[in-house]
Design a binder for this molecule. Structure first.
Ligand code: 6PG
Length: 234
């Protein structure tokens, strides 16, 4: 792990995460005129997104942001399981992001089509050898990240930037960014909260071959922002 930061609790974890997003956004916009961000799904990032929404335009010039998603459940955008819906409720609607800057994964269409369309949109915005300025990721209790689950073929994907994956244990389709595009990012931040993640975090720290442990940015920074409960004995 390039940098492990342990916050006392979930709230301070979210505060630390929001502060880092603001700092990276300011640097990206100052240096390159835009901030290309991929949001993590799941429930952990919710408070961070709410804090970013509260900070508003004073913290980040949202008109200079291109917003993507690390993964999506293959459900309609208004489904309660949709990562897009959570981000829309907690952040997007509050900061007035122009619709053409929000690049959601179309969970309502066939997964393979959604992955192909997302990959094209991503390459159009990033450019051929483009890279994300920041990718936020979560950690599953089994060591998955985004929708890259242990043993899945998608974990070994080398060519595509986004693929459709059928997750056996969830009996559900997902679309996810792949490791090559994740590892090209300028900055990657994991947000990990709660005792339920302590085992997976310890396994990543021990170097086990888990998808989350394969996030090793080639030249970018990697930060693990965890709370005390998730840190356990790490
Ligand atoms: C998803 C996420 C997934 C998530 C982890 C942690 O769509 O569910 O991309 O990788 O980040 O499963 O989820 P929680 O934050 O809900 O524990």
């Amino acid at each position: 792990m390039n940098q492990l930061c342990i916050a006392p609790d979930a709230e301070s974890l979210a505060e630390a995460a929001a502060a880092r997003v603001v700092a990276i956004a300011s640097e990206a916009i100052a240096q390159r005129g835009r901030f290309v961000l991929a949001l993590a799904g799941g429930s952990t990032p919710r408070t961070t997104y709410r804090l970013l929404a509260r900070a508003g335009q004073g913290a980040i010039d949202w008109s200079s942001v291109e917003l993507f998603f690390g993964d999506e459940r293959c459900v309609p955008p208004d489904d309660r399981d949709s990562n897009y819906r959570m981000a829309r409720e907690e952040l997007i609607d509050s900061v007035g992001l122009p619709a053409d800057r929000v690049h959601r994964i179309k969970g309502e269409i066939r997964p393979q089509e959604a992955a192909a369309s997302y990959e094209k949109e991503l390459r159009d915005v990033l450019g051929e050898n483009g890279r994300f300025d920041l990718i936020l990721l979560g950690l599953g209790a089994d060591g998955h990240t985004a929708s890259l689950f242990p043993g899945a073929e998608a974990v070994g994907e080398k060519a595509r930037d986004a693929v459709a994956v059928y997750v056996e244990k969830l009996d559900a389709w997902r679309v996810t960014l792949t490791l090559p595009i994740i590892n090209q990012a300028r900055h990657v931040i994991f947000l990990v909260s709660g005792a339920a993640k302590a085992d997976a975090l310890a396994r990543v720290e021990a170097g086990e071959d888990l998808p989350a442990a394969m996030v090793q940015p080639a030249t970018g920074t990697l930060t693990w922002l965890v709370d005390r409960e998730a840190a356990g004995d790490v």
